[in-house]
Design a protein around this ligand. Structure first.
Ligand SMILES: [Zn+2]
Length: 155
């Protein structure tokens, strides 16, 4: 099966749910492909401060830089900006009786989390509240494909 995280020539938008279900672990599938939200404080990367990049667990696209992460105390990894313009796309989410800005990976359209403007102490004032299971942290110098493969195998 073509794997967009390991083979950059694969168009991840061409994959159907059955393919994603094989590629991703259950938590990753529920969040990226079903827009689920992990319970606060339950996901990975909350305390990660090492230099590196946070990649989409589905397609490997670089979504965030470690330098843009901050401690929000909200229970999910938080960033004040995306790694580069166009890494994300946003949509208005009217579920659960709220109007929120949802963000999705621009490359594979996987659900990531929501953006809130309640972080006045950051350079942008924004809090990108991201499900940890939607991300894989790749430390500087590590092989992204290898790290992503290892995290998908963990449930
Ligand atoms: Zn993606």
């Amino acid at each position: 099966m073509p794997d967009p995280a390991l083979d950059p020539s694969t168009d991840p938008k061409s994959l159907d749910d059955a393919s994603w279900n094989v590629l991703l672990n259950p938590a990753q599938f529920a969040i990226l492909r079903r827009s689920a939200t992990e319970r606060a404080w339950s996901g990975p990367w909350l305390d990660t401060t090492a230099p590196g990049t946070y990649r989409c667990a589905g397609c490997g696209s670089i979504l965030y830089e470690g330098a843009h992460k901050f401690h929000s105390g909200c229970g999910w990894p938080s960033f004040f900006q995306e790694a580069s313009p166009g890494a994300l796309r946003t949509v208005v989410d009217r579920s659960h009786g709220m109007v929120r800005t949802e963000m999705r990976c621009a490359r594979c359209d996987g659900h990531l989390g929501h953006i809130f403007d309640d972080a006045p102490h950051t350079p942008t004032g924004l809090r990108h509240c991201v499900n940890g299971h939607a991300l894989v942290f790749v430390p500087d110098g590590a092989d992204p494909a290898e790290v992503i493969r290892r995290h998908r195998a963990a449930s």
